[in-house]
Design a protein. Sequence first.
Length: 303
Amino acid sequence: MKRNGLTARNQEVQMIIDENFQISHMLGIPVHGLIGFNLFKDYIVQIDYSNEKLTLHRPEYYKYRDRRRDIVLPLHLEGNKPFVRTSIVTDDLEEIPVKLLVDTGASDALWLSEKSDERLELPEKHIETFLGKGLNGNVYGAKGRVDGIWVGPLILSQPIVAYPNSELIDQLISSNDRNGTLGAEILRRFIVTIDYRNSRLTLRPTHRVRDDFNHNMSGMEVINPMPGLPVFTITDIREDSPAYHAGLKENDQILSLNWSNHQSLELNDINLLLQSRENKKIRIKVLRDGEEIKTSFELKRLF
């Protein structure tokens, strides 16, 4: 099959059949599968997060045109997984070298394992919270901030770090001298070019490179259980959070949010609103056991 000058050769296809792995519900769009190393290794892969564009270049036709601000990092491949080495800056301004898996699909900025290095301590200001859903079910842990992370000669200030409290995930993260994961909340600030053959990662800064690192300040997690339809359900409520004190509960179905009817919303709109700015008032109407309930709360930054 040929598309846009690219010839797709036979690729191995793996099936994921697990009722817990409902990525469509978490993203709010129909997702039919995942693509990764088995396809990407044959191409130079360029990801433009701002323009939602993925381009695959045939290596024999690709020429690098590096710009002055481009950041070029060595890419270390181990077991078909790409790693980079860099350093984080802790609250007390100590620099700690880290080895991170590059995961273009991970929504967070960083995941770190405390067990991988005794210096990677949980920040003093943090919250215990829901981190996401994996093949083995819900993942919980802590979120906080480190002072910065070095990306080549550039330092990004106050990134949010997730620290899973799952022993299994801790073991996975800390295997092969790995300290954690570098995710899309950092990568989206660049145009990313991954060259597996030449073990090279190129990051071209965009206008988003100095964006603040924000988080969900409501204390509730929302999914779209029927991707493609405007149905939004609260799945997790953090105790002592704004949503908790507003009386919201798991399985409440959102009918409106700040005067926007659920028919006009997308899951991404909801997530952006819940991490917009501290003290923003959120007015919400939900359906619970056939009854419509109205309540409100203000977003609170806790770390």
